[in-house]
Write a new protein. Structure first.
Length: 322
């Protein structure tokens, strides 16, 4: 860190000198424009490149990588604009199908060029094209609907609905990957963060929040998998206990999301009372499952998954309170 004193010239003009090394590194000369932005915390951001076209970042991946899907997603999340997949010899049909299946899971990515030894992917969607807050609300609405439908599928032994919920998880993942990409780019590029109207701390909070919401959707998938496995209809008693526990878990994460979305600390504080009720219902459901005897493994699995969903609500509320 370097500290420089503010100078005053004339009656109303204030000046501060810029480090020579920085000026030379940026290739600046007398008369060049430098944009000045005021950030949320009051600090100033100097950007001498605001009028220049951003250079496209390029990543190269060996298409023979052990986990090609993971490699492509990792580069996408790191904000690369172009991802080149190269092969030593020829790209196989199976590898091309794997690349195309991966592209379908990433918002804004298209195959723009391919030949026998190379496939080029490009993200055509700007990091600032979609408001982060609006996308966060959308992904929560999708995950919370999956929660309710998953429990319905389990309690009613509705295999078709269960499979429908499982399929919806792909769309949640697509939006999750997009949000993570946006937030990472915003952390690395203050210019993007300014356009998204996000501070570094907000980027961190949103990153944690979207992961919690994506985990809620994963829990819904787990319940649907149990719905497909369950061999028989459940007793009325255990059905009622699971329904009440599910509603309480839903209330936990719905309240927490509303508190986070609106930055409402008072609303977030109500999670403490809801948590007490939730754990009473959890104990009641667990005790009833033990008495049920039949299908206890499957029932306990669902109860434990609902516990995770309630706990995720508490984690989300903590982002507002702490």
């Amino acid at each position: 860190m370097e500290v420089r004193k503010l100078q005053k010239t004339g009656g109303s003009t204030y000046l501060i000198s810029l480090p020579k090394e920085w000026v030379e590194r940026m290739g600046l000369k007398q008369g060049d424009p430098i944009a000045i932005f005021v950030t949320k915390d009051g600090s100033l951001l100097l950007d001498p490149r605001h009028e220049r076209e951003a250079e496209r970042s390029v990543a190269t991946i060996n298409i023979d990588a052990k986990d090609l899907f993971r490699e492509i997603v990792a580069k996408y999340l790191l904000g690369y604009d172009i991802i080149q997949l190269v092969a030593k010899d020829r790209i196989t049909y199976e590898q091309r199908m794997k690349v195309k299946a991966t592209v379908q899971k990433l918002v804004g990515v298209e195959i723009v060029d391919e030949d026998s030894k190379k496939i080029t992917l490009q993200c055509l969607l700007s990091p600032v094209a979609l408001p982060v807050k609006k996308s966060l609300k959308r992904i929560y609405m999708m995950a919370s609907r999956m929660h309710m439908d998953a429990v319905d599928a389990f309690l009613n032994q509705d295999e078709e609905l269960a499979k429908n919920v499982i399929n919806r998880d792909d769309e949640v993942d697509r939006l999750y990957f997009l949000l993570v990409r946006q937030l990472r780019v915003a952390v690395m590029d203050p210019h993007v963060a300014r356009k998204l109207n996000l501070s570094p701390l907000e980027c961190l909070d949103y990153r944690l929040a979207v992961k919690i919401i994506e985990s809620l959707a994963d829990c819904a998938v787990e319940i649907c998998e149990r719905a497909i496995e369950a061999p028989a209809m459940l007793s009325t008693d255990i059905r009622d206990k699971i329904r009440m526990l599910s509603n309480s878990a839903y209330e936990m994460h719905k309240t927490a999301f509303d508190a986070f979305y609106n930055r409402d600390k008072q609303l977030a504080d109500t999670i403490i009372e809801k948590k007490q009720k939730f754990y009473r219902l959890l104990e009641d459901a667990s005790a009833t499952a033990l008495k049920n005897g039949r299908d206890i493994v499957v029932i306990n699995s669902v109860i434990n998954t609902l516990k995770k969903m309630g706990d995720y609500g508490e984690d989300l509320a903590d982002l507002v309170v702490l």
